[in-house]
Design a protein around this ligand. Structure first.
Ligand SMILES: Cc1cc2nc3c(=O)[nH]c(=O)nc-3n(C[C@H](O)[C@H](O)[C@H](O)COP(=O)(O)OP(=O)(O)OC[C@H]3O[C@@H](n4cnc5c(N)ncnc54)[C@H](O)[C@@H]3O)c2cc1C
Length: 249
C-alpha cells in the first residue's frame, strides 16, 4: 500500500478538498434501492519511522478512527479517518497541520509516541467518495473491483474484494457462457451486499462503543463467509494451447 495513490478526490497535500464527497452515476439495483452508500469518510495518512514498536493498531473514537499499519522499509502507515463533514472543516489550509491536530485531539497517546518518530513522506489524503454498487455485467462487458463496487476505505477490504472479483470473473470467462457471467454477478452480489452495508454503518460514526464492536463482529463473520466460499472453489480450470488446436479448456 505504500506506493498506492489516492483513488480519487482531493489530494490533501494541496488545499481544500472537494465541496462534497464525490458521487458517481450508479447503474443497476442495490438493496437500499439507490445503490449508494449514505456515509463517507475523509482520510489523511503518512509514513513514519522509529515510532517505537511495530504492532498493528486500530482504534475507533467518536468522530475519528486511527490506524497504524507496519509496511515496507520499516515504516508505518499512520492514517486518520474522520466523517466527511469533519474532514472538510479540518482541511482548511495545511493538510499536515490538520493531520497533526486531529491525531493530537483524538489520540493523544499516539501523538506522544509519534513525537520522537520521523515522518518520512508528505501527508496525503483521500477526500471521500460515497460508496456505490453497480451492475457488474452486460453484453460484452464486465466490471471488477472498485469499478463495480466501491465502499468506504474505513473497513480496509477493497483490495480483497477486487482480487476476489478478478478470480470469479476469470472463471466465468473461461466457461464463457451467459449463465457463467450471470453466476459471477449473483455471487459477487451475495458476497458484497452485507460488506457494503456494514461498511456504510461503520463510516457513519453514529454508533456507541458496543455497537461498533458488534459491527466489526458482523464484518468479521462476512469476511469468514467470503474466505470459506473462495476456499471451496474448484482448482482453476487450465487452458491447454497448441498451435494447431487453438485453445482448449
Ligand atoms: C485512502 C484509502 C485507503 C485504502 N486502504 C485500503 C486497505 O487498507 N485495504 C484494502 O483492502 N483496501 C483499501 N482501500 C481500497 C483499495 O485501494 C481499492 O478497493 C482497490 O485498490 C481497488 O482495486 P481496483 O484494481 O479495482 O482499482 P484501482 O486500484 O483504482 O486500480 C485501477 C487502475 O486502473 C487505472 N485506470 C483507470 N482508468 C483507466 C483507463 N481508462 N485506462 C487505463 N488505466 C486506467 C487507474 O489508474 C488504476 O491504476 C483503500 C482505499 C482508499 C481510498
Amino acid at each position: 500500500m505504500k506506493e498506492a495513490a489516492p483513488v480519487s478526490a482531493a489530494n490533501a497535500s494541496s488545499k481544500p478538498g472537494p465541496v462534497e464527497p464525490a458521487r458517481v452515476p450508479v447503474a443497476g439495483a442495490f438493496a437500499d434501492s439507490s445503490g449508494e452508500a449514505r456515509h463517507s469518510t475523509g482520510v489523511l495518512y503518512s509514513y513514519w519511522e522509529n515510532r517505537g514498536g511495530n504492532e498493528y493498531y486500530w482504534a475507533y473514537r467518536s468522530a475519528a478512527s486511527i490506524g497504524l499499519i507496519p509496511t515496507n522499509d520499516d515504516a508505518t502507515c499512520v492514517f486518520l479517518a474522520v466523517p466527511w463533514p469533519r474532514f472538510r472543516a479540518a482541511i482548511d489550509g495545511s493538510a499536515r497541520q490538520a493531520y497533526e491536530r486531529l491525531i493530537r485531539d483524538g489520540f493523544p497517546a499516539i501523538a506522544a509516541r509519534l513525537h520522537d518518530a520521523q515522518r518520512v513522506e508528505p501527508v496525503r489524503g483521500f477526500g471521500g467518495q460515497l460508496g456505490f454498487m453497480r451492475q457488474g455485467i452486460g453484453p460484452g462487458w464486465a466490471l471488477v473491483g472498485d469499478a463495480a463496487y466501491f465502499k468506504d476505505p474505513l473497513t480496509a477490504h477493497g483490495i480483497t474484494d477486487a482480487l476476489r472479483d478478478a478470480e470469479l470473473l476469470a472463471r466465468a470467462a473461461v466457461r464463457g457462457t451467459s449463465e457463467a457471467f450471470a453466476g459471477y454477478e449473483d455471487v459477487r452480489s451475495d458476497l458484497s451486499d452485507r460488506l457494503f452495508e456494514i461498511t456504510d454503518e461503520v463510516a457513519s460514526f453514529a454508533w456507541t462503543d458496543v455497537q461498533v464492536q458488534a459491527l466489526h463482529r458482523a464484518l468479521s463473520s462476512e469476511m469468514t463467509r467470503e474466505v470459506r466460499f473462495l476456499d471451496a472453489l474448484e482448482p482453476f480450470p487450465t487452458l491447454a494451447m497448441s498451435a494447431s488446436e487453438g485453445v482448449a479448456v
